[in-house]
Design a binder for this molecule. Structure first.
Ligand code: FAD
Length: 369
């Protein structure tokens, strides 16, 4: 049985980025059930950072993270928020939430939005108003994962792949964690298992937090007529609708912003969500999507109040929750990793979080009890 200070369950962006920070304070092993990091939510995301997030806490975590989201893992790219007919009030709500962190965001007319994305319909069935943020970030999920992996390994930490955690028990003040190949005795177990965090908790005899995995679907397709879409902004409706994002010169990614409840699993796209993605894009644009280049689905996992958690369980000493990153886990990962470092290792609360007004209590799982 190998002794470690921190045993992290899950090599998604949450587990890996926290592991890289915790390796400064003790020995770290990350156990990942799949054969590589990032196979689930972290490798299936649309990978864009913006402030159109309902929760003030998530916007603050995003603001704290932006300075750390730089090349090669992030690139400045504009974001366009469009109101379809009836969504004008939602556009004002987005603007109010945005202004605090990105004051340069501006109203633009439907015509100006169409100048940026020439396929947008305007008027009755299309765009009636828009907001432009020139300071959005395109993220590269694999570069983010790789940066954390390198930092972790450089500090002496390890990732064990094909190492699903199959049993967890508490014994003499330590957590005994079994995988098919090896067992560990850990001072702290960090539960960063994404959609599976409640399954890991149950294994350990710890009360679940009520995580809800919700399936989200993505399609990609080639744009007809050789149009170069690479400079088009990330374009998102402010209410129900869709978002589109360039994938290179002639390809777009589209998502219908679906939220199908799902058990934790290797999520697959459902036919009706794929059709919905294409239909919503076709309704609001002049695009026809006769054929897809690819499609996939991933699980965005939410706590009951849709806010993330990073903190020790009140009733299980040494059991640390790092969960509920929903649809913002990449763009908040630098801040969440620093919060996890401080809360797990007992180091001073990070300046980056203090500066945006986020406290340890805001992220504590105690609020879910
Ligand atoms: C379609 C889609 C679009 C998205 N778009 C964005 C976006 O634009 N911007 C953004 O910031 N976020 C976005 N997200 C959200 C983001 O991807 C997630 O919030 C983030 O990836 C969650 O990371 P995680 O590490 O918690 O989970 P995961 O990446 O799922 O990692 C959890 C890991 O735990 C492992 N695991 C589970 N159980 C065990 C076990 N028993 N033993 C060992 N390992 C185990 C799993 O194999 C998995 O690798 C999107 C998500 C989806 C699905």
């Amino acid at each position: 049985m190998r002794k470690v200070d921190y045993l992290i369950v899950g090599a998604g962006i949450a587990g890996l980025s926290a592991a890289a920070r915790l390796a400064r304070h003790g020995s770290v092993v990350v156990c990942e059930g799949e054969d590589a990091p990032g196979v689930h939510a972290s490798g299936r995301s649309a990978a864009f950072a913006h402030f159109d997030m309902d929760a003030a806490l998530v916007r603050a975590l995003t603001a704290a993270s932006l300075p750390f989201l730089e090349q090669p893992a992030a690139k400045v790219h504009p974001a366009l928020f469009i109101a379809l007919e009836g969504q004008e009030a939602a556009l004002e709500r987005v603007l109010a939430g945005y202004r605090e962190w990105s004051p340069s965001v501006e109203h633009i007319s439907a015509g100006d939005a169409r100048a940026l994305v020439p396929v947008l319909r305007t008027g009755d069935s299309g765009v009636v108003a828009a907001l432009l943020d020139r300071n959005g970030r395109r993220l590269d999920a694999h570069a983010l994962l790789e940066l954390s992996r390198r930092e972790l390994v450089g500090a002496g930490g390890e990732i064990a792949v094909k190492a699903p955690v199959t049993a967890v028990r508490h014994d003499a003040g330590r957590w005994i964690v079994d995988t098919p190949g090896e067992s560990f005795s850990a001072r702290t177990i960090v539960n960063a298992a994404g959609a599976w965090v409640d399954a890991v908790a149950r294994m350990a005899g710890v009360a679940p937090i009520g995580i809800r995995p919700l399936r989200r679907t993505v399609i990609t397709f080639d744009v007809p007529g050789g149009m170069d879409v690479s400079r088009w902004p990330f374009t998102k409706t402010v209410g129900p609708g869709f978002y589109i994002e360039p994938e290179g010169r002639g390809r777009l990614l589209a998502c219908p912003m679906d939220e199908g409840p799902s058990p934790p699993c290797d999520a697959q796209p459902e036919d009706e969500d794929v059709a919905l993605a294409a239909w919503r894009v076709e309704q609001a644009t002049t695009l026809a999507i006769p054929r897809l280049a690819s499609k996939w689905a991933g699980l965005r996992s939410f706590t009951p109040d849709r806010l993330p958690v990073a903190g020790y369980d009140r009733n299980a000493p040494g059991f640390f929750w790092l969960a509920g990153q929903g649809g913002f886990g990449l763009q908040t990962s630098p801040a969440m990793a620093r919060a996890a470092e401080s809360a797990a290792a007992g180091t001073p609360w990070p300046d980056a979080l203090r500066a945006v007004g986020v406290t340890a209590d805001d992220l504590s799982p105690a609020r879910l009890a």
